[in-house]
Ligand binder design. Structure first.
Ligand SMILES: C[S@@+](CC[C@H](N)C(=O)[O-])C[C@H]1O[C@@H](n2cnc3c(N)ncnc32)[C@H](O)[C@@H]1O
Length: 300
C-alpha cells in the first residue's frame, strides 16, 4: 500500500516513523494508555453511563480490557450486532468481494466486522485518536492484519483521488449525523444536516470509487431526498433501497443502499446467528437481533 496508508498492525510504529509530528500529538495518550477501557469501571463523565451500561453491545470483547474508546466513540460506534449484520449483508450480496472501504471508520465498529468477512478493509477518519482506537480494537478481534488506515478529511482524500487506483468492491459509511439534535425534527434534511457534506456531494464523491454504496443514516431521513439524489446522479432507472435497522426492537437508523449487487438481494439471505448469542447482563443486552423491518424500493 506504499506510503499512502497505515497498516493497523503497525499503526504506532509507522506513524512514528513517517509522521513524527502526528505521533507526538498522540504520544501522551499512548504513554498513559488513557483510551483503554477497563470494562468494569464507569467512564468519568456521568453523561456516558447510559452508553457504558450497554458497552457489550458496542464491542462484545470489551471485557478483554483491550478495547480503546474516546469520549465521542461511546455514542458513535456502530453496535457490534448491527455492524456484523452489514458485513454479512455485503458478503451475501457480493460473495467474491475483496476490498471494502469504511469512510468515517471511528473506533472500528464496522471496519472490524468487515475485516472478519473480507481480505482487505480500508478505514478513513480525520481523528488520529479514532484511527488509533480502530488499530487497537482490531488487534483484540485478530483482524488487524487485514486493515489499512488513512488519516485525513474525506473531502480532501476524495479530491486527491487516493482510492482511484484501488478496486473497491463496496463503500460503507456511517457519517456524523450532527449530534443528538437529529431527532428534534420530524424529517432529517440530508442535504443540510449530514456532515461533513450533504447527501448529494457525499454520494457523488463515493460513486467515483465504487458503484456499491451503503450509508448508515438517521431513522427520520428524508426519503424523498434519497429518491431525488438517486435520480440526479444515477439516472431515471436507478434504484436506492432503504432498509430499516433495529436492535432489540429499537429502530436505530436506516441504511440507504446503491448498486445492483446490493439492491437486488434476496430477503433473508443474511444471517446474524453468531451475534444473536446473548452475553451476560441479560437485562441490559437482552437478545441482539437485527430485523430488516421494511424495505422501500425508491423508484427514482
Ligand atoms: C459516526 S462516527 C463513525 C463510527 C464508526 N462507524 C464506528 O463504528 O466506530 C463518525 C466518524 O467520522 C469521523 N469524521 C467526521 N468528519 C470527518 C471528515 N470530514 N473526514 C473524515 N472523518 C470524519 C469522526 O472522527 C468519527 O470518528
Amino acid at each position: 500500500m506504499g506510503k499512502k496508508f497505515y497498516h493497523a498492525s503497525h499503526f504506532k510504529h509507522t506513524l512514528k516513523k513517517r509522521s513524527y509530528n502526528r505521533y507526538k500529538r498522540l504520544e501522551p495518550l499512548i504513554k498513559d494508555d488513557s483510551l483503554r477501557i477497563q470494562s468494569h469501571l464507569k467512564p468519568a463523565d456521568p453523561t456516558l453511563f447510559k452508553y457504558w451500561r450497554f458497552r457489550r453491545n458496542l464491542f462484545s470483547k470489551i471485557d478483554s480490557n483491550g478495547i480503546y474508546m474516546t469520549h465521542e466513540l461511546w455514542f458513535s460506534v456502530t453496535p457490534e450486532s448491527i455492524a456484523s449484520f452489514f458485513a454479512n449483508f455485503v458478503r451475501a450480496c457480493i460473495p467474491d468481494a475483496q476490498v471494502i472501504l469504511d469512510v468515517f471508520c471511528g473506533g472500528g465498529g464496522n471496519t472490524i466486522q468487515f475485516a472478519k468477512q473480507f481480505p482487505k478493509v480500508f478505514g478513513v477518519d480525520f481523528s488520529l485518536e479514532h484511527l488509533y482506537c480502530t488499530a487497537q480494537n482490531a488487534k483484540v478481534y485478530e483482524v488487524d492484519d487485514r486493515i489499512w488506515l488513512k488519516y485525513g478529511r474525506w473531502e480532501k482524500i476524495c479530491a486527491q483521488e487516493y482510492f482511484q487506483d484501488i478496486n473497491v468492491d463496496c463503500i460503507f459509511a456511517s457519517p456524523p449525523w450532527g449530534g443528538p439534535n437529529y431527532l428534534k425534527k420530524d424529517v432529517y434534511d440530508l442535504e443540510t444536516n449530514l456532515q461533513p457534506m450533504g447527501i448529494t456531494k457525499l454520494l457523488k464523491s463515493m460513486l467515483k470509487i465504487s458503484k456499491n454504496i451503503i450509508l448508515f443514516l438517521p431513522r427520520n431521513s428524508d426519503l424523498n431526498q434519497l429518491s431525488s439524489v438517486t435520480r440526479k446522479l444515477l439516472g431515471d432507472k436507478a434504484k436506492c433501497k432503504v432498509l430499516y435497522v433495529k436492535e432489540n426492537g429499537h429502530l436505530k437508523g436506516v441504511v440507504a443502499i446503491w448498486g445492483d449487487a446490493l439492491v437486488n438481494y434476496e430477503n433473508g439471505s443474511t444471517n446474524n446467528t453468531e451475534n444473536n448469542k446473548s452475553t451476560d447482563d441479560q437485562d441490559e443486552t437482552d437478545q441482539k437481533d437485527i430485523i430488516p423491518a421494511s424495505f422501500y424500493d425508491m423508484d427514482a
